[in-house]
Design a protein around this ligand. Sequence first.
Ligand code: K7E
Ligand code: CUA
Ligand code: CA
Length: 640
Amino acid sequence: MSQDQKPTTENALAMGRRKFMNTAALASLTGLVACNNKSGASASAEASGSASAAAHSAADVTHLKPGELDTYYGLWSGGHSGDMRVLGLPSGREIHRIPCFVPDALVGWGITNESKKVMGTRPDGSLKYNVADTHHTHASYKDGNYDGRYAWINDKINARVARIRLDYFICDKITDLPNVQGFHGIFPDKADPVDEKINYTTRVFCGGEFSIPLPNAGIEDGSKYRSLFTCVDAESMEVRWQVLIDGNCDLVATSYDGKLAATNQYNTEMGVHYEDMMAAERDACLFFNVARIEAAVKAGKFKTIGDSKVPVVDGTHAANSDPKTALTAYVSVPKNPHGVNASPDAKYFICAGKLSPTATVIELAKVLDWFDGKLEKIDDAIVAEVELGLGPLHTAFDGRGNAYTTLFLDSQVVKWNVDAAIKFHKGDKNAKYVVDRIDVQYQPGHLNASQSETRAADGKYLAVGCKFSKDRFLPVGPLHPENEQFIDISGEKMVLLADHPVRGEPHDFIIFKRDLLRPKQVYNLDDFPLAVKDPKESGVFRNGKKVTVKLTSQAPAFSMREFKLKKGDEVTLILTNLDKIEDLTHGIAIPKYNVQFVVNPLETASVNFVADKPGVFWLYCTNFCHALHLEMRTRMIVEG
Ligand code: K7E
Ligand code: CUA
Ligand code: CA
């Protein structure tokens, strides 16, 4: 195969089509085409029929036998659903959805007092926000690998960051970022820049994408708008500090030594119209010197903005021209880059060009040299800038020196070798850096490989989030699902294994080995201050109009068969599930009162409502828990 170091659209497409035939043919011969579209079927008809045994068994890995467990977890952003999805891979089965920013009727997220406290409420008790747009999810690190403590996910709409506890797979904190709009990229740090003993995540960095007046007043002059880069404490979830910057933030990456964080910038022009945002030929990858920023905050070299008490240091060009004191460094990157990813060998950040057909490789040691006054020009930290194809967006890694970049416009993933790209950039025009290309269906955004963003990148699987599915699934009207594709990257050539429809719009995800997590399947009764620890504590406790109803569940009954209220009572209903057995969840619904939530084994949850409707109401269990599940009811009598 000829090496296309400078791919034009035509040769990239022509080449891709050849590949597509091969891939589709392989897929058809391994049975995948049974549920596939006609392009796959016709391709298979023309195929020579020489699918290798290796490809066959590779495809089989996505089809687990009944009862078999997956070997990887995937944490997927839920997109507009405002939740996090948990997948098992390689099968791609969705196992769980963790509600975060948006109510979820299954578990009663946004209904129970406990979940509303996490989500945030207005003074009248209603939820502060009902919508979200999650893009990026990343998990906490230790020693350069996931440690199974936490994951974080962003809400772009309302500039919130949610933390997920990975022991119980629940969202336990949501933090609003002050003075930020369009909070986009997020990445936890992997170590402390100063204290070597802290080899785990203690900070979460958040990129503010949209520039606004600071503080936000209705000012039309866009040249007065700025963006902020925010650091959130991983444990307390308090906002630690912010950096005022020129341009904007998009995606975020962090170095393995904790010294550097970076964000790619597509709007260094600080334009307010999209034409203006594309005016310059180059934008930037903006580096943050974490230790210096924290020293500046400690030394009181900050201001605050509006009502926020968060220290804001100055990271603009004007304040950071001297490398010896600079908090930030702006590395020039071609036209409206998208995506910045850290290579698992800890050496490089790679920015994809988006409007430029290139990827830019930045060597982190050289960025640190610049901060130390040992590198004259910050742009000399660029060690490669190579053409990959049209519309490069995001990059993943296999731990064997190869990078995989999505090409949005070419509808491809290109596999390329980083060292070869560096050699090519240095002048060795024989260095063949493009290793393989594969067509994907269609227009890929994010991709990620198994363990990609860790030191333990294992180069087995690659998932690709395709923004358009077009003809890949049964038609369901105008709103198409997206197509998440699964690719085997264990060999020299990529092999497409499976398509999965997914509701919009996940953007990003991570994939890691299942033994990195040890989830708990039963709660601890003592973790709930309101727990009703014994059925004998059940009852209706009245204090004037304020009434507390304490209830427990144990299959197949609630602790009270009935209870009485008076019209107008302000009720807090507390339910503890005293069943201790794994998978024995009960639910409770109150007809006409808009209440439904579940309690998992040894969990306690509560709701508030006003008993404003007299009558008889059957509270019933909503999870089929027992042969007598249908009989699991409690009569609530509201006297008029
Ligand atoms: Cu990570 Cu979609 Cu928010 Cu790229 S963004 S695709
Ligand atoms: Cu408890 Cu059904
Ligand atoms: Ca630009």
